[in-house]
Design a protein around this ligand. Structure first.
Ligand code: BG6
Length: 475
């Protein structure tokens, strides 16, 4: 049986890898992928033999230029860079121009790298490109034979809607098999998200109350203080629904709401999520609020008349025996009052109330921070001569209870999983299809985008979407 563990072996067990990063000069590669490769190398988790080929439509002035920009990117996000690890990584990096039309040079470079690394070398093709560019590149990879035997990492969002995601899936399947596709959602790579499975399925304490008989409502709340951070071109073509809801927040919903997987392996986890997403009722535009922060249209690269949503709050329902009648509220947006990733499961009141103070919060709170925190707000006896209760908290604090020595950042964990050929933490095409089905009504009839003040909690209309308002621990 597959054990959930981050205590993975050293990189020495891994086959040599030829890693090609499309969009290698883009934001994701600079902020996450190259720093991730560096961290893996520093931790001895990269294979002994590997090469990294950056690719994209616009070549840097020279390979040296590209290498020095990668050095800069790593220096920006890594605290204490080990010069020898960095030099070793940079020496393996090169760049080859490629486009949907022409991948001949790249194909030659991949074959040359393989010839050096040996015939058992694996191909890891990371497509860090927007949905509009994806199909063309995949077709090119097929034509040039680059996709043969390769593992293809596909960045979210997977398509722009149900139709285009199905097209992308057809394109992918015409070139590779499902076993070669790694649809990445970095939220699933977070320790805190995998911890949801550990909490639920390794402890009788939680799983026995994890359903409509004990839980009144669930909130999945991911407000961000960040705004565009120079990503106007991506964001204008994507918006908050596709960027965050159809992927990250829906995957969190899958982790929170799914039944216990039969096995903790790729098939088990994916099947459990697929069943849940089949029961997910299509989102209702009447119960969804779209917002856009004031000043968004003045950002560089944004259409002055843009109606793109930078905020979404919605109500979701899962029509199965476990969750029938329990509302799930999802909220996320840019330029909000606080940056949080918090899941709150609110309990029903005790069946038979013998204490008078019934108004205290009674919740399970999952703070999906880098060092996860799990809190259970309960009621305890108030010290004193009367038998009355007061709020108290049971708390699991990763920073205190576990050593973080083995913790991996989300992209690092997922890159490692691709190199190991483990698809468990990647989405199956059926999950993606079902989630687009749920989102499609909002794309067909989007609610009007309402404005909100930066630093607020979004448009007023969103505040009372959950009856009784949003509960965010600490407020
Ligand atoms: C990305 C989105 O996938 O996730 C960004 O494109 C968002 O818009 C980011 O800010 C949030 O991820 P994290 O891990 O920084 O919370």
């Amino acid at each position: 049986m597959h054990r959930m563990s981050t205590h993975v072996g050293s990189g020495q067990d891994l086959a040599p890898q030829v890693i090609v990063i499309f969009g290698a000069r883009g934001d994701l590669a600079r902020r996450k992928l190259f720093p991730g490769l560096y961290h893996l190398a520093a931790a001895g988790r990269m294979p002994r033999e590997y090469a990294v080929i950056g690719s994209g439509r616009h070549a840097p002035a020279s390979v040296e230029d590209f290498r020095s920009s990668i050095r800069g990117a790593i220096a920006e996000s890594v605290d204490r860079v080990d010069a020898s690890v960095l030099d070793d990584l940079i020496a393996r990096v090169s760049f080859r121009e490629s486009s949907a039309k022409d991948g001949a040079d790249l194909a030659t470079a991949v074959r040359a790298a393989e010839a050096k690394l040996g015939q058992d070398a694996c191909r890891l093709l990371y497509l860090a490109v927007p949905p509009t560019a994806m199909d063309g590149i995949v077709e090119m990879l097929g034509r040039e034979g680059i996709a043969d035997r390769a593992r293809l990492v596909v960045e979210k969002p997977f398509g722009r809607d149900l139709t285009s995601s199905r097209e992308l899936d057809r394109t992918l399947k015409s070139v590779v098999s499902e076993e070669q596709v790694f649809r990445i959602d970095h939220f699933i790579g977070k320790e805190a998200v995998q911890n949801i499975l550990a909490l639920r399925f390794a402890n009788r304490l939680f799983e026995t109350v994890w359903d409509r008989h004990s839980i009144e409502s669930v909130q999945i709340d991911v407000p961000e203080t960040l705004s565009l951070e120079g990503r106007a071109a991506f964001y204008e073509g994507t918006g908050c629904l596709r960027d965050m809801i159809s992927t990250h927040l829906c995957q969190l919903l899958g982790f929170v709401a799914s039944d216990r997987p039969d096995e903790l392996d790729t098939h088990g986890l994916r099947s459990a999520k697929v069943s849940t997403f089949k029961a997910l009722r299509a989102f209702d535009p009447e119960r969804t609020v779209f917002g856009q922060y004031d000043g968004y249209r003045d950002e560089e690269g944004v259409d002055p008349d843009s109606t793109v949503e930078t905020f979404v709050a919605l109500e979701a329902w899962i029509d199965n025996d476990r969750w029938q009648g329990v509302p799930f509220h999802l909220r996320t947006g840019k330029s909000l009052a606080e940056g949080r990733r918090t899941i709150t499961l609110r309990f029903l009141p005790p069946g038979h109330e013998i204490f008078s103070e019934s108004a205290c919060p009674h919740e399970i709170i999952l703070e999906l921070t880098d060092d996860p925190v799990v809190k259970v707000d309960v009621r305890g006896k108030r010290p004193g001569p009367a038998l009355t209760v007061a709020p108290a908290t049971l708390r699991l604090d990763y920073a205190e209870d576990f050593s973080a020595d083995h913790a991996l950042e989300a992209y690092e964990r997922l890159l490692l999983d691709v190199m190991r050929g483990d698809q468990m933490l990647f989405s199956h095409s059926e999950e993606v299809d079902l989630l687009w089905q749920a989102c499609q009504p909002l794309l067909d009839s989007p609610p009007a985008t309402k404005s909100y003040e930066p630093g607020s909690w979004g448009p007023d209309a969103a505040l009372d979407l959950p009856s009784g308002g949003w509960h965010l621990s600490g407020h």
